[in-house]
Design a protein around this ligand. Structure first.
Ligand SMILES: CC(C)(COP(=O)(O)OP(=O)(O)OC[C@H]1O[C@@H](n2cnc3c(N)ncnc32)[C@H](O)[C@@H]1OP(=O)(O)O)[C@@H](O)C(=O)NCCC(=O)NCCS
Length: 283
């Protein structure tokens, strides 16, 4: 197969505007004025108003209360402030408000940017914005984190992410029970990583359990990794597979339920590959 590394592109014509915009957000995140949740809510609202409703950016509050403006417009304007909307995890009784409320404004900014005209498929700016927001949302975020558009989280605050991790478009990272991602991991388009599960008898009976992707793992297109699974170092979950049990290091698993079809040719000598049970991180 041909070796096709990504190519660099020249800066876009609005690069200096983009840099200035990102710098302003980074600055605000580094220096909250007073209460962090309130400050981030205002940052989110102001950023979205500038991008999506520029005519109301400087008089947002007046416009929300202005009866001469159509009700739907006032509702849409009010929803730029994350305190006026609900996100799904807020309905979960295991959601820790003290941890979720400070990250909620940043999640709302992330999701809303992705659905805005300037966001959407705008890769360069989107990757830069998400790289800026992620360390303020996750428990840990390593160097060079790269997320494409329409990635979703559960809590966000239970993400533990290493260096050089790439998350492609439309990935669901359900970190309710925690997702631990080591270095150099790639999660492809439309993949789902879960860390909670429901009893087959009563769906209110929820089990949260850490899901782990070790160094160099690739979860490929449309694959699903179920709660509590540990994908071993350099393990690969093939397109559309459902990993219901641990994936052995250097093994390629495919199908539903996912089974090993091969060991990668770059695997260390067979006797030196640790079985996942020996490799398991303590929970
Ligand atoms: C997992 C994958 C890499 C396996 O490729 P491979 O090692 O070359 O494996 P093979 O094509 O030789 O297939 C081995 C067997 O598994 C089957 N198989 C391969 N991929 C499968 C899949 N995703 N689901 C079900 N079965 C699959 C093949 O049909 C073959 O079965 P057979 O022996 O009965 O004929 C590949 O199928 C895949 O899913 N690629 C995803 C694309 C990708 O690389 N994404 C990353 C983007 S960042």
């Amino acid at each position: 197969m041909p070796f096709l590394p990504l190519r660099g592109l020249p800066p876009t014509g609005n690069a200096s505007l983009a840099d200035a915009w990102l710098e302003r957000i980074a600055d605000r995140l580094a220096r909250p004025i007073g209460d962090i949740t309130t400050d981030r809510a205002v940052l989110c609202r102001e950023s979205l108003a500038e991008l999506c409703y520029p005519q109301y950016a400087t008089n947002w509050e007046t416009a929300v209360n202005d009866a001469s403006i159509p009700t739907g417009t006032r509702l849409a304007l009010s929803a730029l402030d994350p305190r006026n909307i609900t996100l799904e995890p807020e309905y979960y009784s295991d959601c820790e408000d003290a941890r979720f409320q400070p990250v909620k404004p940043l999640l709302w900014l992330w999701y809303s940017f992705d659905r805005s005209p300037i966001g959407g498929q705008n890769v360069g700016l989107g990757v830069a914005l998400r790289r800026l927001l992620a360390p303020h949302i996750f428990k840990r975020c390593g160097e060079n984190f790269k997320a494409f558009q329409h990635v979703e989280f559960s809590f966000g605050y239970n993400m533990d992410v290493g260096d050089n991790v790439v998350v492609h478009r439309h990935v669901l990272l359900d970190d309710r029970g925690g997702i631990q991602i080591a270095n150099n991991v790639s999660i492809s388009d439309y993949a789902n990583i879960y860390s909670h599960t429901h009893s087959i008898v009563d769906q209110r009976d929820v089990t949260n359990v850490l899901t782990v992707l070790e160094d160099g793992v690739r979860v490929t297109y449309h694959a699903t990794v179920l709660a509590g699974v540990q994908v071993g170092e350099q393990g690969m979950v093939g397109a559309n597979a459902v990993a219901t049990k641990d994936v052995r290091p250097y093994h390629v698993y495919v199908g539903i339920p996912a089974k090993s079809v091969r060991v990668k040719p770059n695997a260390p000598e067979p006797g030196t590959i640790l079985r996942t049970s020996e490799h398991r991180v303590p929970r």
